[in-house]
Design a protein around this ligand. Sequence first.
Ligand code: SF4
Length: 694
Amino acid sequence: VIERGVPDRSVVTTCAYCGVGCSFKAEMQGDALVRMVPWKNGKANRGHSCVKGRFAWGYATHRERILNPMIRDTIDEPWREVSWGEAMGFAAQKMRGLQEKYGRKSIGVITSSRCTNEETFLVQKLARAVFGNNNTDTCARVCHSPTGYGLGQTFGTSAGTQDFDSVEKTDVVIVIGANPTDAHPVFGSRLKKRLRQGAKLIVVDPRRIDLVKSNHIQAAHHLALRPGTNVAVVTALAHVIVSEGLMDEAFIRERCDWDEFLAYAEFVSNPRHSPEAVEALTSVPAAELRAAARTFASGGNGSIYYGLGVTEHSQGSTTVMAIANLAMLTGNVGREGVGVNPLRGQNNVQGSCDMGSFPHELPGYRHVKGPEVRAIFEQAWGVSIDPEPGLRITNMLDAAVDGSFKGLYCQGEDILQSDPDTRHVAAGLAAMECVIVHDLFLNETANYAHVFLPGSTFLEKDGTFTNAERRINMVRRVMAPRNGYADWEVTQMLANAMGAGWSYTHPSQIMAEIAATTPSFAGVTYDKIEALGSVQWPCNDSAPEGTPLMHVDGFVRGKGRFIVTEYVATEEKTGPRFPLLLTTGRILSQYNVGAQTRRTDNTVWHERDLLEIHPHDAENRGIHDGDFVRLASRSGETTLMAKLTDRVSPGVVYTTFHHPDTQANVITTDHSDWATNCPEYKVTAVQVSLSNGP
Ligand code: SF4
């Protein structure tokens, strides 16, 4: 007799939600998952977890999952369920036909930061080796692409500089544009522990996040800046440090380009960057800015953690570079307890960027224009690689509207719901002649699809995810794919239907190809990951067991590079019609657009999105707590329930975007980061007024 709910085996795997990358023991009874138990040997979580990883896995067996491929000739027709073979034949014929009719560059791919490294590597390979172009982009485009640009320019590589353990040696922490206790809870707990031990905290955020004051934690400084002024605030911090002689000159002379430092020092010393000069612009009192700069520069080991409140701005890349400047200025790079760390939103944002998902970069952040880099892949793949960078997601959609981009393979990403300017995304998708959606559920993007390929969950496949500290963790198959195939197998079927002749039989073979072509992964094998538990890249002959801390003896680019970061105001202006600024974030129990968490059987997952508004702004509008309000911007409008709170300052409102009904991206603008096109989700001029309800 088998007692229901009693596990008879377990498999260790990695959470598929946020970039902390917690390890779990999936306890099984036969092919049924009984529970997820945080694994005490997991190096990123050490036996801890949050509510999402532990309980929100029910979506894997949710009744709305699509398990059979479907096709249709036009998006007005109903779907027809077909065999995998027929779906692949249909998709391949359409995509090849488009290339014959409109040219080699008329089709492209979007990779997912939710899928494994191996799956992502195959999707960009599909574009480069089978489609014959570099039209590959990733959903990291809309979150951390400015990290790639900013840290690449200043330090030489796009990655956090330290491991999570390092937080235990830090003395003073800047958290800017991040809310770790909600969005990265297990790391947030480790940070809180260090703060309770006495480390000082500076929070730079328009909203009073929990870290500012909670449970024996009191931030030394909360710089509640006006949304959109990150660059002015960080540059003002640097102004104080330089003008008061608080910088680490020995570090700068030894580790950084001295001439570039001199130019930077002259720039930040200008009185127009002083706290007093930017007080009105940023809404941060000058005295508070000065005090925060002194705390950071003289407080010992200094760490900076940042999130999407830094990157999702028209100056996202500039802010990342300003943060890197601040770390170099204070000598806070290259040892335990210091550094610059992007907190990655999705489980494999780091990996999807590492794997060459960008239209200008091959795996390992190497530009496609480099003939010696192309030669490595040309030899490995037996094809010639286009030396011209391809299209970003936004460019693909623009080109579709213009009529030159006609076909898209979109894996694990609901661009209609998660990308900015929903109307433009819809217009682009509607203009394409073949949209292939590869996903778990019939998402919003699938309304414009001609082929639907069922996806598999993290529980149904082998592979690896790379977390925010560059840690490559094993993902292990816990149960058979309900749809029949892991995602890497589906991509391989599509490639082969288009004549590729790929013959991978296990993701370890794909990792071997990654290692053979990508220097920072040269020493990575499944056997090594199994033996060590996990490996942090770079892992190669110089670091056979991986690299917990980056830039220890020198920056990856050689000398660290100070870059002048001029503040440029966003084009999104408030005015009489739209007098408030909207910014956005997440709550602990939900995840992004909620596709997974909302499909888990727990009432916590079904909380609605609320609009936080300061009581003064609410009173002026006759709004009470719990009233429905109309939130309108220049782009569109939606209806939300109001929550009166002084967590936000007067003039600022805040919401989350977990429910499709919220339609936050109908509200947000089409402004984007100047360097990477990352959308400016965090600053939208809005009006709020009473409404009768949705
Ligand atoms: Fe998963 Fe992130 Fe929660 Fe860890 S902290 S359990 S990785 S969602």
